[in-house]
Design a protein around this ligand. Structure first.
Ligand SMILES: [Zn+2]
Ligand SMILES: [Zn+2]
Ligand SMILES: [Zn+2]
Ligand SMILES: [Zn+2]
Length: 160
């Protein structure tokens, strides 16, 4: 058993060795490997001191997929050359991205960007470092929920 940090709801969870990394385009759970140990299985050796992989827990994964615009359970189709679909994610200039940080809204252009940003419990994310431990929802997510009216009133947005 090893831990992941659920970046959707901000809590640690126990993992049994494999997890579905839908954000990387996987449709089946894959073996968890250790970033700090250069990719060996998390079930081999001691990783108590290693960086924890950020991954939405099974209970929050569907919510995370919906929040990022995917339909839970559907394949995240990798873009293919002959079937050019407009990417779900674009930065302000219209460049394709693979996703973005729910905490600071940083665009990720490659999975490496994503890994770099989330390594060592998101050491590279200023927003997360500021808000972690407060058990709050990622700000970007909160904004999304507000924009679709999922979070009732409080700060009702009367701007049209
Ligand atoms: Zn795992
Ligand atoms: Zn390790
Ligand atoms: Zn969770
Ligand atoms: Zn961030």
């Amino acid at each position: 058993m090893h831990q992941h940090f659920c970046d959707f709801a901000g809590h640690y969870w126990e993992c049994e060795g494999t997890a579905l990394r839908w954000i990387a385009g996987n449709t089946e759970p894959t073996v968890c490997t250790c970033f700090s140990h250069g990719g060996i299985s998390m079930e081999v050796g001691d990783h108590g001191e290693c960086s924890i992989e950020l991954l939405a827990c099974p209970a929050h994964r569907d919510d995370q997929m919906r929040a990022m615009g995917y339909e839970p359970g559907l394949t995240v189709a990798p873009p293919t050359a002959d079937h050019e679909e407009p990417s779900m994610f674009q930065d302000a200039e219209g460049n394709k991205t693979v996703g973005f940080c729910l905490w600071c809204n940083k665009d990720f252009y490659t999975m490496e960007d994503h890994e770099e940003h989330t390594a060592d419990e998101m050491a590279a994310c200023p927003a997360f470092q500021e808000l972690k431990g407060q058990q709050c929802m990622p700000p970007v997510l909160q904004a999304m929920f507000e924009s679709v009216g999922l979070l009732a009133d409080e700060e009702a947005d009367d701007e049209k």
